[in-house]
Design a protein around this ligand. Structure first.
Ligand code: FPP
Length: 250
């Protein structure tokens, strides 16, 4: 079994961006203001991730469960996404950031879909950082669609076969999963991909999650001893044995 040192910087960070509504309420504003300010925090988090040399940053923008929010809020969010993807893509492209989206695309409006597809096409060859936006996403949906693809391909279901058919199939597993806003749950985010992720929960509400807060999460990650279900290898306090299938994809 290959031995890999625990990295100081995670390759793949995933974030559940929670707390926009509470942040807005705390500032005497309506919920959608929280989402707008949360959009600015997304921009800052991407910039920070690029500066710090992360390989992948996955952001949970809209879950499949979020469709049950009031129609007006959903409409505002969808418009905000479309506008943000259109407005930000040139600057991200200039910084060599690749933008891509995971989730079911069946319920998204044409204007949003078009903004997503254009952003993906423009940035497809960029290599500085991959920003993956999960929109209309659910971890259970992802696993089910991968299993369905196994069936369609006539392949027996196995961990490797499912992994190869997830929406994140060419990305490394999540190393660090951050959730802002004080709740301590995964909310159906990257259930398979975060199997061995370090979980970091903070009470900071998403709009207030600044560079210092992101840095604190990275510092905490660097202090973790990752075991992947094994025990530390003899002769080293930091070396760990990574399961072969996962190491092969990293
Ligand atoms: C959860 O906070 C947040 C969302 C459902 C939306 C996330 C959207 C953004 C951060 C805006 C911009 C995003 C992109 C990708 C441009 P909440 O509304 O559940 O907050 P609460 O728990 O305080 O009510």
């Amino acid at each position: 079994m290959p031995v890999v040192p625990a990295p100081a910087i995670p390759q793949h960070v995933a974030i559940v961006m929670d707390g926009n509504g509470r942040w807005a309420a705390g500032h005497g504003r309506i919920r959608t203001v929280g989402h707008r300010v949360g959009g600015a925090t997304v921009r800052a988090a991407i910039e920070f991730a690029r500066q710090r040399g992360l390989r992948v940053l996955t952001l949970y923008a809209f879950s499949q469960e979020n469709w049950s929010r009031p129609e007006a809020e959903v409409r505002v969010l969808m418009r905000l996404f479309a506008r943000a993807f259109r407005q930000e893509v040139a600057a991200l492209h200039a910084q060599q950031v690749r933008l891509r989206f995971i989730g079911a695309r069946t319920r998204l409006r044409p204007a949003l879909l078009q903004a997503m597809e254009a952003a993906e096409a423009l940035t497809v060859d960029n290599t500085a950082l991959e920003v993956v936006i999960a929109i209309d996403y659910g971890g259970q949906w992802d696993i089910c669609q991968a299993a369905q693809r196994c069936a369609d391909d006539g392949i027996p279901v196995s961990p490797e076969a499912v992994t190869a058919r997830l929406s994140t199939r060419d990305l490394p597993d999540v190393d660090l999963l951050i959730r802002t806003g004080g709740e301590r749950r995964l909310s159906n985010f990257l259930l398979w991909q975060a199997a061995y992720a370090e979980l970091y929960f903070t009470d900071i509400l998403w709009p207030a999650f600044d560079h210092a807060a992101f840095e604190a999460a990275l510092r905490w990650f660097a202090s973790r001893e990752r075991r992947f279900g094994a025990v530390p290898c003899a002769g080293s306090s930091t070396a760990i044995a990574r399961p072969a299938a996962r190491a092969a994809r990293a």
